[in-house]
Design a protein around this ligand. Sequence first.
Ligand SMILES: [Zn+2]
Length: 214
Amino acid sequence: MLSALEALDRLRDGNRRFVANLSAAPTDSQARRNELVSGQEPFAIILGCSDSRVPAELVFDQGFGDLFVIRVAGNIVAPSQIGSIEFAAARFGTRLVVVLGHSQCGAIVATLEELLGKATTESKNLRSIVDRVRPALEDLLAGPHDAEDSERLIREAVLANVRASVQQLRHGSELLERLIETDGLLVVGAEYSLETGVVSFIDGVPRGSSALVS
Ligand SMILES: [Zn+2]
């Protein structure tokens, strides 16, 4: 299994190929699919948004068997997401978890609008998503911010939500916490830009396998 930093390198390289229109991951390889029937060893776990514009395998230029992907609106962390990540980390030995938010995220915009009194969420099912996003955005709105600059507020809200999900994964599971402390598991945040296709890792994520983990 790749280390977390090697896995980061592979994702960065794949996103560079994607942005340069040089995607190379095979999508129709029967040989590869046959190889995977007996087992999988995904090198990274991605918690991303359901948004149709952010397919994890494509934006990282990866193929069958490479990524263990959980997608849910707003890349929120609820028990079933934690359970899925625990499963992959424990069963396959995957050592990198990426929370992948994105610009213009509808779940974030909906939560912001509700907090600003511009809209309400009727469905209790949808509300269960908004309620998971809400605390990070409440903190953001409680701090210094420019309420007039809505684009900037949305950008900051997307990042605040990614950071909250990262923290919940780092500290919301005994199993993951132990793997982080003793077994090289890394949980990092990233943002995908709909505008450029670039994935930016946030908050001092190590440069790659040649760098030291700080
Ligand atoms: Zn989204």
